[in-house]
Design a protein around this ligand. Sequence first.
Ligand code: ADP
Length: 677
Amino acid sequence: MFTKILIANRGEIACRVAATARRMGIKTVAVYSEADAMAKHVAVCDEAVLIGPPAAKESYLRGDKIIEVALATGAQAIHPGYGFLSENEGFAKACATAGLVFIGPPASAIRAMGSKSAAKSLMETAEVPLVPGYHGDNQDADFLQIQADRIAYPVLLKASAGGGGKGMRIVERSVDFKAALASCKREAINSFGDDKVLVEKYLTRPRHIEIQVFADTHGDCVYLFERDCSVQRRHQKVLEEAPAPGMSLERRAAMGEAAVAAAKAVGYVGAGTVEFIANQDGSFYFMEMNTRLQVEHPVTEMITGLDLVEWQLRVAAGQRLPLQQSQLSINGHAIEARIYAENPEKGFLPSIGTVRHMHTPQAVTFRVGGDAAAHAPAAVRIDSGVRQGDAISPFYDPMIAKLIVWGRNRDQALARMAQALSEYQIVGLASNIAFLQRLIASAPFAGADLDTGLIERHHDVLFPASGKAALPVLALAAASLLCSERQQRAGASDPWADASGWRLNSVLRRSLDFADEANAYPLTIAYLEDGWTIELGGMTAKICMAGQDGSHLTLKLGDQTVHGNVVRDGETFHVFTAGSHTALLCTDPLAHAGETEAEGGRLTAPMPGKIVAVLVSAGDAVEKGAPLLIMEAMKMEHTIAAPNHGVVEELLYAVGDQVAEGAQLLSFKLSGETKQT
Ligand code: ADP
């Protein structure tokens, strides 16, 4: 076994690999970019070496530098994690040339599966079922359109070198084909440096079911069952679970064997995932093979009681697979939720910033049954590379953490997930936690009525109109503010040591204006000897403090006891109570009198990025919603659209320009006769 490995990655996966290495007594070397000098993965490894500036291509993608560091630090092997260099054939080869073990498959297997098109041709030969489509070399636009017309719409265009849900376009009609092809090719060349695409039939209501495979250098290959990753947004997984609900033993065996056949066809070694797209009738087709550890591998670990990183290290060190197919079994049910810094209400736009406050549910590990599983499944597991105070930057993936729960059955796992999400608190950037809570509780997910369109189809349930903040939430926010004022006046940390004389005044009234995105809450507060009264819209209730532990408040509100955590970030009060999060902006009505919201004449960059296409010219009259320019940020294309009918006055940036967050991109004049909607 190795005594020292280098982890060529960052974030949660680097921390995850380091944890297993430490348990096995293997020393770890972290590499990091200038943006990550203070990152968690640097702190959890035994050594850490700076490899370059923040941009991935100057740091985490610098295979040559990483190999140099491995040699200089005496590491014998490199674990690439996922993403970055994990599926880079050249890097796997360069490791071997330098006398280092690449903890992954042979370079030839990466090459064989690296191109979706070539992999499909190989699978055709191995008789693994394929979705109808064209995956050949002819990239002529007219030819591809003929293929799409032949397959019949809707079709899906995919970047052959694609991954991570990028470089895909659904085309509904023949007339839209050419534009979609151009956009797909543009994203493909930008993201993957290769604009080759394939066309396939777009299945309606399919499920994404993938099989975890593992092979060793002694010719053995097993499957560690399936994961259902149907719940996706922008073709990217949000929730993953194992086993797949409704999977019969026969189908599991058929898919498992097809996956093993796929792995064997390319001489696979190590951990790999064969992704299938499955119709509701159970028929399944090969989509692609990911030649690395997947983000969602923990759900497989939870139901098998195995540590897949340990298996990777053993196999890479030349050992045999620890278990044979007949020794593998499924225990219980596991679900993973990806917690992202993103704004679901704004099309899941990534959010960047500093995590000012983070409270996570308690990780719980216990042994289930008396079996000989090497590692007891945890009831609640959190894999994260982000701590309170860390930043989510535009340079890397905006995932904050993976929350994984295990239960004896799906219902128990669901209940644990709901509970754990209700305890997760993040302040400082937008997160998808509230969205995940609604998703977990939604009838289709709870009822396991899964398919890849679940989120879009149940949009109304998953994105309800925001309701009004409840009185306990407002009372907590108000009490937090009033207590901190009192503490400041008293100059003491004990709220009961108040000597300011405020509560000695007979009654002092003031207004406090809170607002969330949809509603304003003008409160009137009256100071009493033992608390306050809070008045909103003719309703009055008395608040008394019953306890305070840091930001956690307990109040008597009338005859209710209310408690929650109130985290203040500038003028915003984040109230976490009863499993929900409400952000309330507190404004001093006098200071803000006379201000109005900016009108829609400005169009600004939602985040830092690069302009990749300008679709209009100064003077153009455009319709509401017309695409004006396209920027690329956080590895995604974002289309900036006209807010209403109007005229483009001036373009402030050109293709290739970098823009800062909030930068005005163009000036736009709303047309006079426009009806405001
Ligand atoms: P990537 O490598 O970018 O993850 P995949 O080929 O694995 O791309 O596909 C990602 C997702 O896109 C799938 O999980 C599925 O939801 C959807 N998808 C892919 N192919 C099809 C198809 N032919 N029909 C319908 N949906 C598809």
